[in-house]
Design a protein around this ligand. Sequence first.
Ligand code: APR
Length: 323
Amino acid sequence: MSKRKKIALIGAGNIGGELAALCCSKQLGDVVLLDIPDKADFARGKALDLEQDGAVRGLDACVTGTSSWDDCTGADVVIVTAGIPRKPGQSRDDLIAVNVPIIREVADNAARSCPEAFFIVISNPLDVMVHEMQSRGGFPKNKVVGMAGVLDAARFQLFIARAACVSVKDVRAMVLGGHGDDMVPIVSATTVNGVPVAQLLDAATIRAIVLRTRNGGAEVLRLMGTSAYYAPASSAIAMAEAYLLDQKRLLPCSAFLGGEYGYRDLCMGVPVVIGAGGVERIVEIPLTDEEKAMLKRSAESVRAVVSTAAQSPYRASPSGFLR
Ligand code: APR
């Protein structure tokens, strides 16, 4: 029996496949790629391709493709991409009707197979899916997070680096709030190795970058016809590594708020410290009045989608896949 960590990837599509490849490359542990029964062979094929890739590269991780939750038993980390991605012209919220029943089904199965895991949700609409995963599965609130802020901040950092002609390595940025059109890039906390971004770029350029960041997902979607997958996968792996290696990284993630920033019973993007304890703490940073107002607007949008989702009846996912 392997003593390696076990990482279960729920959804073996574009992001799931890239997540599996990164887990293998970084030797984070053995990987289970789970999809619906109709796509079990597809998941098995991807797993086999990755194991053969490992043989070329000298990587020992076992990759299992499956549609059985029994294979996820005892997983240390579960990353959820199950669901459908956006099509051009759709907002993330348009996915509620299909993806909410799917996340509920995932939560039920995960609660039986791997209740002790650290859960990272990627499926959209993100903040609502995190909320549903935690409440439906009954998992501890510090063990369920959503991946969005790392990706949104990376997009913001990239655009700043290109405009300011500096290395992307040196740009540090925070994007908070819901993972939607009114996410809040925190300009006041954005620096190039400590130098405030406002010293390097004029206000109009920063405004344009904020806008492009908010539309960062839609821009890729329009070009590719499906949502991004390389950067989302890398972002979630940064969070998984922080947990598995107890790195105590401070990352913007969608987390369950219990009064921080003035909000409770709501999941949205805030700076959190991720270590072996999961979300070890939520960090409150000072915001300008304008940023607070934007965060309020973003929180209201998330709440509206949460209440729409709450009215969504539980029914089998479109695949009819229930354990
Ligand atoms: N259990 C397991 N897998 C499922 C289930 C389920 N109940 N329902 C659907 N899936 C699988 C699909 O069969 C598909 O293979 O989830 C996979 C999703 O893969 P893609 O369609 O390639 O989508 P991807 O680009 O990976 O995005 C997944 O992440 O960023 C978000 O908006 C995006 O919600 C979308 C999710």
